[in-house]
Design a protein around this ligand. Structure first.
Ligand code: GLU
Length: 402
């Protein structure tokens, strides 16, 4: 008989599969089986990849640019990342300071693999994106969860951060706009984190995947704006998945200290070799071509965001901070915990998300997956019509609880 404990490695037994991908797969399977599921689970733009980007990918295939590339990614794309960072942010990077990876997710995985030794601690804010803690664990590190509060609109409280610092603190992950809260950290809080990071010598990892989806004025505050001296110990992580609706192409990029990037390249050369060549040429077209797509997407999301937040806030007992970026709402449903449906107790976000799926045919991701059980995440990267229907169903489902 197959014995998991005997056959499988502890590192894999100690982590769960990605819940965002799992719920999405379940919703799709139910829909394929004929159920009328409204899917608010996975975070993926509902717009198509821009035509000129698809054309560039096709052209790469037709012209035979289908072979191995350098492990770090093609030079033109790494150069394009440097140009973007210089033009948009004023930061200087050379192509050797940049790695192209199989999605932003894989870039983050490479970073943790490159920097962590057993026992090294990584500060991660909760609510967190589902994959940060398992990625740290898979690299042998220890995730240290620093809570953020809804009352502060999920901004960082530097005094709270200070309580979690130890002599093992090696790195901190910043994600602004945040998945799942949509929070954008204030420059003042980032300046305090910068001070602590400089004093502690930590590596700062910024997951900037949602930078283009910002609903405020100007650009998203960034820790390198708070203190440019941090550039020598910061790794930026980003990609084209969200900004150019390219989730399936799997192209991300990281920029940081050359030694860290070189170590990440070593890992990539021994694992994936390189991200798919045609995808890299498509990403090159995305970064160097017309830049109006992210703005169009942002404009398409604005009315959805407004409707979702208003409709949630209008339900008794539900509160929802308006997201300042990304495409998620993260309402607090804890007032409904302890209620029952047909004798079944809704004892937390997993039970409530299950109830929404089975009774309202609405797929969402329980807050527990993000380290915040009071909440449930809904993606609004879907049509306004779907959101309206979904909200009507959720309202009805909540009203049926006793
Ligand atoms: N980042 C997206 C999400 O949170 C994509 C799925 C994933 O990789 O987690 O839904």
């Amino acid at each position: 008989m197959f014995s998991e404990r005997f056959v499988l490695a502890d590192r894999v037994l100690n982590v769960a599969p990605s819940p965002t991908l799992a719920v999405n797969a379940k919703a799709k399977a139910l829909r394929a089986a004929g159920a009328d599921i409204l899917n608010f689970s996975v975070g993926e733009p509902d717009l198509s990849t821009p035509a000129h980007v698809c054309e560039a990918g096709k052209r790469a295939i037709e012209e035979g640019r289908t072979r191995y590339t350098p492990a770090a990614g093609i030079l033109e794309l790494r150069q394009a990342v440097c140009t973007k960072l210089k033009e948009e942010q004023g930061w200087d990077y050379q192509p050797d300071d940049v790695q192209i990876s199989c999605g932003g997710k894989h870039g983050l995985y490479n970073i943790f693999q490159a920097i962590l030794n057993p026992g090294d601690e990584v500060l991660i804010f909760a609510p967190y994106w589902v994959s940060y803690p398992p990625m740290v664990q898979l690299a042998g590190g220890t995730p240290v969860i620093v809570p953020l509060r809804q009352e502060r609109r999920f901004d960082i409280d530097p005094d709270v951060v200070a309580r979690y610092i130890t002599d093992k603190t090696k790195a901190i992950v910043l994600n602004s706009p945040s998945n799942p809260t949509g929070a954008v950290y204030s420059l003042a809080a980032l300046a305090e984190v910068a001070r602590m990071a400089l004093a502690g010598g930590w590596l700062v990892i910024t997951d900037d995947m949602y930078e283009e989806l910002f609903y405020g004025e100007g650009r998203v505050p960034h820790i390198l704006h708070a203190d440019p001296r941090l550039q020598g110990q910061t790794v930026l992580s980003n990609g084209v998945s969200k900004s150019f609706a390219m989730t399936g192409w799997r192209i991300g990029y990281s920029a940081g200290p050359r030694e860290v990037i070189r170590a990440m390249n070593k890992i990539q050369s021994q694992s994936t070799s390189n991200p798919a060549a045609p995808s890299q040429y498509a990403a090159l077209a995305a970064l160097t071509g017309p830049q109006d797509f992210p703005r169009q997407m942002r404009e398409a999301f604005l009315p959805r965001r407004a409707y979702f937040v208003d409709a949630l806030e209008a339900i008794a007992g539900v509160s929802c901070v308006a997201p300042m970026g990304a495409f998620y709402v993260f309402p607090n449903f804890s007032a409904y915990y302890g209620k029952t449906f047909n004798g079944r107790v809704i004892d937390g976000s997993v039970a409530l998300a299950d109830y929404f799926l089975s009774e309202a045919q609405v797929a969402s991701v329980p807050g527990a997956a993000f380290g915040a059980d009071d909440f449930i995440r809904f993606s609004f990267a879907t049509s306004l019509d779907t959101i309206k229907q979904g909200m009507a169903r959720i309202k009805q489902a909540l009203a049926a609880l006793r």
